[in-house]
Design a protein around this ligand. Structure first.
Ligand code: COA
Length: 160
């Protein structure tokens, strides 16, 4: 069984993340989508809300995907799930240095765990969770950039 872990802050999940997940599903039998904590980021949505949005958006893949929150070292989570692959999306050159550092770091600690990168679809190369929140905060439309459940949640969060 090929098992992979796709970690992120997912604050909130966007269609860019969804595209990476759909494509990773073609490569693996089981995908753990893990809502982790980046100590540098203060999130808008709670861990429970982030997990709920992902679960709802990924409902049709219930048999292959597990969505969970994990507050700890990513490598520990990957080992716990008996996986040896971390999936990350790459949007632009600007992502490269950051991702390169983290992948190298993780490999230094656990030689058996590899990070693989999936190139983000062109249509979503400019997307980020922050930009989505900024648009929603000023009541702009995020339709087509996030799953419907997220669109609804953003409207509630940033009510006029
Ligand atoms: N489409 C759209 N947006 C994308 C994207 C894609 N395909 N790929 C990345 N992004 C965006 C995200 O929306 C996010 O945007 P934001 O900064 O505006 O919020 C940004 O790229 C990157 O964030 P994310 O993918 O969520 O990762 P992260 O860098 O915040 O890391 C963890 C999150 C949980 C993976 C990381 O902090 C972690 O591993 N934490 C555990 C502690 C640990 O082990 N640390 C040591 C690591 S070496």
């Amino acid at each position: 069984m090929r098992i992979a872990v796709y970690p992120g802050t997912f604050d909130p999940v966007t269609n860019g993340h969804m595209d990476i997940i759909e494509r990773a599903l073609k490569l693996f039998d089981r995908l753990y989508v893990v809502v982790g904590e980046n100590p540098q980021k203060e999130t808008t949505f709670s861990a429970e809300e982030r997990v709920e949005m992902l679960k709802s958006a990924l409902r049709k893949h219930n048999n292959k995907i597990v969505v969970e929150h994990f507050n700890g070292l990513l490598l520990e989570y990957v080992k716990k799930k008996k996986s040896n692959v971390i999936v990350r999306g790459l949007r632009a050159i600007s992502d490269f240095e950051y991702e390169f550092q983290r992948a190298q770091f993780n490999r230094e600690f656990e030689k058996g765990i590899e990070t693989i990168f999936i190139m983000t679809k062109d249509d979503y190369a400019f997307l980020s969770s922050s930009i989505i929140k900024e648009i929603a905060m000023f009541h702009g439309s995020v339709k087509g950039f996030v799953p419907e459940v997220v669109e609804k949640k953003l409207k509630e969060k940033f009510k006029k």
